[in-house]
Design a protein around this ligand. Structure first.
Ligand code: SF4
Ligand code: SF4
Length: 369
């Protein structure tokens, strides 16, 4: 029987959810502390989650700190989004081999079906997944992305502890998850309100030992969501105002940002919606075998804009301008919305603390005072 109504899952019931998913999916991932950050890793036990863990983020800074208590999700997103699970940093596209006649044979890399459940996905990353879907499931669809996407089961967690760098409330993408999940959790001190967002999610929910949701639980969940939105200090302007960025190509501020930006590409690597990539041939030393590989690229590299051997965007100011205007302005022409979901990762993980909300505001400030 499928459960349609939200239910209350006692805290210990989270282990039952992990076990249930491990019975159905090839792999279950959940957030864990690794190398000083919270990232997804293979999840078998509830105790692997970042229980009692918090974080402190600021432009150019990310630190874990103790939050106390029993909560598993009292922190904001770390550097890793869903992106590397679907649009992998490297994807072999084909292999080639020189046969005995000296002819090249090309061997395709078929997409294998994969089943994966991810626990702890936040609202901003569900929104970014929808953006990546628009890109990779379009025509022609990316077969490797399709194979991974079809086997993906998402357990979302409504965000209660946004970082100083978050601004999802202003982009309309968080902190509460609205759709795109199979199950969603409100974490409370006593346990979780759990609701299904798909038939598959309802089937899993029906297998858990749950209780009715009390009025007190609902009131507490709504209050913490309102507080999570209210405490976000950064914001972006509405999309129609951001669309004016392309009218400011000659603004002097681009040169000023270009003097601070290192062109390192960290911002594009952590961004859950960026999809730039490059193709390269990797011949083996035997002179017989070769692999053709697609890998992540960044619009901050000189080679990314190379045409006929020369970069179109030769300096850093031009590359930053390209990134910001595409993300906030021309993405709207391509996909009907801005390409930013307000996760704040590019702010926290920029080594010099460049803040796209502040840079956009400076460029647009004269137009909208
Ligand atoms: S541009 Fe920055 S804040 Fe926006 S989605 Fe990408 S990483 Fe997150
Ligand atoms: S904005 Fe920051 S993270 Fe992005 S390329 Fe420049 S220095 Fe690197």
């Amino acid at each position: 029987m499928a459960v349609e109504e939200p239910r209350f899952l006692p805290r210990a019931g989270l282990q039952r959810l992990i076990d249930r998913l491990r019975n159905q999916f090839q792999q279950v991932l959940g957030p864990q502390v690794c190398d000083g950050a919270i990232v997804y890793g293979p999840l078998q036990r509830l105790q692997q989650l970042p229980i009692g863990q918090g974080d402190r983020q600021a432009p150019g800074s990310y630190r874990l700190e103790a939050a106390g208590g029993e909560r598993c999700f009292a922190w904001a997103n770390g550097p890793q989004a869903l992106k590397p699970l679907l649009f992998t940093p490297e994807q072999p596209v084909w292999r080639s081999v020189r046969n005995a006649d000296g002819q090249l044979e090309f061997l395709p890399m078929p997409a294998e079906p994969e089943s994966l459940a991810v626990i702890g996905v936040r609202a901003c990353d569900l929104a970014a997944l929808a953006l990546q879907d628009a890109h990779f499931l379009g025509d022609p669809a990316d077969p490797w992305y399709v194979a991974r996407r079809e086997g993906l089961f998402l357990v979302a967690v409504h965000c209660t502890h946004p970082a100083d760098t978050c601004f999802c409330a202003s982009t309309g993408d968080g902190p509460t998850c609205c759709d795109g999940f199979d199950l969603a959790l409100h974490e409370l001190d006593e346990g979780f309100i759990i609701e299904a967002g798909s038939k598959e999610g309802a089937t899993v929910l029906a297998d858990l030992a749950t209780l009715p949701v009390s009025r007190e639980h609902w009131t507490a969940a709504q209050a913490q969501q309102a507080e999570a939105a209210r405490t976000q200090r950064r914001h972006l302007r509405p999309a129609h105002e951001l669309a004016c960025l392309s009218d400011a190509l000659m603004h002097s501020h681009w040169a000023e940002v270009g003097r601070r930006c290192l062109s390192c590409g960290n911002c594009t690597a952590v961004c859950p919606s960026c999809f730039c990539h490059r193709h390269e041939e990797r011949p083996a030393i035997d002179g017989v075998h070769s692999a053709h590989v697609r890998s992540w690229d960044s619009c901050f590299t000189a080679a990314h804009s190379a045409l006929h051997g020369r970069p179109v965007r030769a300096d850093t100011a031009q590359r930053y301008r390209q990134w910001l205007i595409h993300k906030l302005c021309t993405w709207q022409d391509q996909y009907g919305r801005i390409g930013c979901v307000g996760c704040g990762r590019c702010i926290s993980w920029c080594p010099v603390g460049i803040d796209l909300t502040a840079e956009a505001e400076t460029v647009l400030g004269a137009a909208y005072v």
